[in-house]
Design a protein around this ligand. Structure first.
Ligand SMILES: [Zn+2]
Length: 308
């Protein structure tokens, strides 16, 4: 009899929890940061002028870049909203502040299993702290090179297209000046028939190198993350033609000081019949794919918003 009473009380509590929107995961069985069960979901997070792209595959949670130091509160809010407390992989495309700036916060909030970057050292404090944390926490750290293939679990694969070892050896020197953007990690995520290109801040020489080294079939994607926040340093004709995307996602800050994305680049996307969303006008942009088709959902606003 007493057992039956307890069973009823337990059932009532379970119903109450369910009504409040808590899942049994909340009770400690599993972390809510576990990836979605089927398909891939890619979220280009609205973190102002910078990049932070969250990828859920059927088995892993991956973050590509971490936004700027001045936008840490936005990154933190996004990770908390998503319930991300574990990252199977953190990928830093290049060590500029608007990509690596939130790394310290990511290491504080999340259990990071592996770190990938281009392996090109730089002298900034943010970069030194990043390396120090990786060493202190003993997180395996790998350099990505053209031709590398990363298994993201559940059939999702990341093909690295740039930089080459030679590019890193030459340290991204262009016309005698150091340009860290040139050696951004560029990679194509593939899941079934769906693919999306991640570009960091690749500039035209990087994009042209990729087109020269790879067959068109290795580059074609439905979705392209705009190189370098839609700046006119990037998105060259040959790269857009090879990628042949239907949709471009631009990560850029509201009224940013660089005036990204550049109107000429937006025109170029339209000329190549590519629609676009931009995080300054559309908030976080979510792409989902089951490996056959894909859907895209902006947080707000319309498609193809021009720059005033
Ligand atoms: Zn950038």
């Amino acid at each position: 009899m007493r057992k039956a009473v307890w069973a009823v009380i337990l059932a009532l509590f379970s119903a109450l929890f369910a009504a409040c929107g808590f899942s049994t995961d909340w009770l400690g069985k599993a972390s809510s940061s576990q990836p979605k069960e089927t398909g891939v979901t890619i979220k280009v997070l609205a973190v102002g002028q910078g990049d932070a792209i969250l990828i859920y595959t059927p088995e892993q949670t991956v973050l590509v870049d971490t936004g700027d130091t001045g936008e840490i509160s936005r990154l933190r809010a996004a990770l908390k909203k998503e319930g991300v407390r574990r990252l199977d992989k953190l990928i830093i495309t290049h060590p500029h502040r608007d990509h690596i700036g939130g790394a310290a916060e990511v290491f504080r909030l999340c259990d990071v299993k592996e770190v990938y970057d281009n392996g090109q050292p730089t002298t900034t404090n943010i970069y030194r702290e990043y390396l120090k944390t990786i060493q202190k926490k003993r997180i395996p750290n790998y350099s990505l090179r053209d031709g590398d293939v990363l298994d993201l679990g559940g059939g999702a694969v990341l093909h690295v297209l740039s930089p080459t070892q030679q590019m890193v050896d030459e340290r991204g020197i262009q016309n005698g000046k150091l340009n860290l953007n040139l050696n951004s990690v560029v990679a194509r995520i593939r899941y079934g028939n769906f693919s999306m290109m991640l570009t960091g801040d690749a500039e035209i020489p990087t994009e042209e190198g990729i087109v020269n080294r790879h067959e068109a079939g290795e580059l074609r994607c439905q979705v392209l993350k705009a190189s370098h926040h839609g700046s006119k340093t990037s998105s060259c004709e040959s790269f857009l033609k090879a990628v042949d995307a239907e949709l471009v996602l631009i990560s850029c800050g509201e009224n940013n000081e660089y005036h990204d994305p550049h109107p000429s680049v937006l025109n170029r996307y339209q000329k190549h019949e590519m629609n676009y969303y931009r995080t300054d006008k559309n908030g976080t942009i979510t792409v989902r794919s089951d490996g056959k088709t894909y859907t895209v959902q902006p947080e707000y606003g319309k498609i193809n918003e021009p720059t005033e």
